[in-house]
Ligand binder design. Structure first.
Ligand code: GLU
Length: 409
């Protein structure tokens, strides 16, 4: 079984007991509405591809598509279920969906990436739609890929439907705020965390694992807010400087084609070392399953924020909780991405163009509201369960309420 899937089942099983959910309720929460799988044939090369719709009680499915060589069905299923929870927790009118292609597109010719993207949209054109299931970017997919997919989908269905996909290029109805939305949402969540724990609002020591769309932007926001980002890593390793790194300079070097460890500043570290650093906040913005039973004893951060999906395993959760490390879970911390996707979708549906300042404020309000509701449940439980459990509880209850209102349970 895929490790992420295993962790998710373990967590949901534990929550059943805490919340006293009935077998019937758990069945409704664990049921998958649709699992679609195809084999894409691109110039004779075969790639496995999925689109999974987990639950749609609250609205159409919503969630990204990832292009990554390790994609397997259980992973896509877990991520779809996590999207149901994330969307529910954020108060969005969406169920959960996810897609993936088992492919390594690093260094791949763009013409080929376009072919894969178009083939994906064509193959799943009957299961996606603005009122069915709405994809967006995820690992190694981006606005250009969403643009190709939208174009292929519209050709296939014969009408315009920009709301079928979010994270699109601006020219096709995307919105500027989507680019750094995950990071910005995470930043607002960190502000709430700092306030709650009465931490300093500048000068905190921070380490960021992952320097892609989420990691690099949030590192920059924290740097600009006066914090000391002492370590950053990308997939090839990274760097450490106890006095803090110049994040904008690193972003510029990366854009010029260098990996972090090639930049020539600080001390070179690897992707494991960053997890063991003595920092105020460790941000996980890379891949799944980074902190597990194997390395959790070495974690020295005071708090951890999950900007990636599933970077901590269920058994590591337990150990971190016992150590008193506060973990802000993915379903809360990285919901900024899908929240801004929702703004984009609303705009596409109504034809109304929303004011950027209004959107920024709305995102902030929504992230803060999630924090307050989640922390409220944490206090109600006498701080005896972790924040993930509190977030899952809220999310599961809202889905069940919708299932009940539909008369499904
Ligand atoms: N892939 C992102 C996530 O995991 C965003 C999903 C979306 O915008 O629909 O939350």
């Amino acid at each position: 079984m895929n490790a992420f899937y295993e962790s998710l089942m373990q967590r949901l099983g534990a929550i059943k007991l805490i919340a006293n959910f009935t077998d019937r309720e758990m069945e409704a929460l664990l049921n998958f509405k649709r699992i679609s799988k195809v084999e894409l044939d691109i110039d004779g090369q075969k790639y496995q591809a999925w689109r999974v719709l987990h639950n749609e009680a609250l609205g159409p499915g919503k969630g990204g598509i990832r292009f990554h060589p390790d994609v397997v069905e259980d992973e896509v299923k877990s991520l779809a279920l996590v999207m149901s929870l994330k969307n529910s927790l954020a108060g969005l009118p969406y169920g959960g969906g996810k897609g993936g292609v088992a492919i390594d597109i690093k260094g791949m010719d763009l013409k080929l990436v376009e072919k894969v993207s178009r083939a994906y949209a064509a193959a799943f054109s009957d299961v996606i739609g603005q009122d069915k299931d709405i994809p967006a970017p995820d690992l190694y997919t981006n606005p250009q890929i969403m643009g190709w997919m939208l174009d292929e989908f519209e050709k296939k269905v014969g009408h315009h439907e920009p709301g079928v996909i979010t994270g699109k290029p601006l020219a096709l109805g995307g919105i500027a705020q989507r680019t750094d939305a995950t990071a910005k949402g995470g930043f607002f969540m960190i502000q709430s965390l700092m306030q709650q724990l009465e931490l300093r609002t500048s000068g905190l020591k921070i380490a960021v694992q992952g320097f892609g769309n989420a990691g690099s932007f949030i590192a920059k926001m924290l740097y600009e807010a006066g914090h000391k980002v002492v370590a950053v890593t990308d997939s090839k390793g990274g760097i450490y400087d106890e006095n803090g790194l110049d994040i904008p300079a690193l972003i510029a070097k990366k854009a010029g084609g260098q990996t972090l460890s090639q930049v020539g500043v600080g001390q070179i570290i690897d992707n494991q070392a960053i997890l063991k650093m003595e920092v105020d906040i460790l941000l996980l913005a890379a891949l799944e399953n980074q902190i597990t039973a194997k390395n959790v004893s070495e974690v020295k951060a005071k708090a951890i924020v999950e900007l990636a999906n599933g970077p901590i395993s269920a058994d590591a959760d337990k150990a971190l909780f016992e150590k008193g490390v506060l973990v802000v879970p993915d379903v809360a911390a990285n919901a900024g991405g899908v929240t801004v996707s929702y703004f984009e979708w609303s705009q596409n549906r109504t034809g109304n163009i929303l004011d950027p300042e209004y959107l920024e404020k709305k995102l902030k309000d929504m992230m803060q509201s999630t924090w307050q509701r989640m922390y409220g449940v944490y206090e109600e439980h006498g701080k005896k369960v972790d924040l993930r459990t509190c977030a899952y509880l809220l999310a599961m209850r809202r889905i069940l309420e919708a299932e009940k209102a539909r008369g499904n349970i």
